[in-house]
Design a binder for this molecule. Structure first.
Ligand code: HEC
Length: 99
């Protein structure tokens, strides 16, 4: 019974991963996952709406995400940086996207 549930869980998980590739929400979900796994521990949401913010547009947001993943030693590719940038932009910044 337990074995079966594990199999079902794995199936659902991998099924979702492959499906997710075809979905437009993929980036938002992936960005959210990456951000909440690697980044959120350190800064509260306040970081993203403080007055003295470093981020003033899409490009600088992307730069900051790239900088932070690098300093955390995560080795994200462009896709991951873009996904997290899109996620943060959708949630807090609302800049027009340029890529
Ligand atoms: C070691 C703690 C720490 C970790 C880990 C961390 N951050 Fe930060 N982050 C900060 C602090 C502190 C600031 C504000 C200080 C500053 O301006 O440099 C900041 C600022 C930022 C900003 C700029 C916010 C603004 O509007 O000015 C972005 C974007 C950001 N972080 C993204 C990320 C992402 C993406 C990750 C995960 C890859 C991450 N951070 C991981 C501590 C952290």
């Amino acid at each position: 019974m337990l074995k079966r549930s594990i199999l079902v869980a794995l199936f659902v998980l991998f099924g979702n991963l492959t499906n997710a590739d075809a979905q437009p929400m993929r980036d938002a979900t992936r960005g959210e996952l990456l951000y909440s796994t690697h980044c959120i521990a350190c800064h509260s949401t306040q970081v993203h709406w403080r007055d003295k913010k470093l981020v003033t547009n899409w490009t600088s947001l992307r730069t900051e995400v790239g900088r932070w993943q690098k300093s955390a030693g995560l080795g994200w590719g462009d896709d991951d940086v873009a996904a997290v940038t899109r996620y943060l932009n959708a949630l807090y910044y609302h800049y027009p996207t340029t890529d």
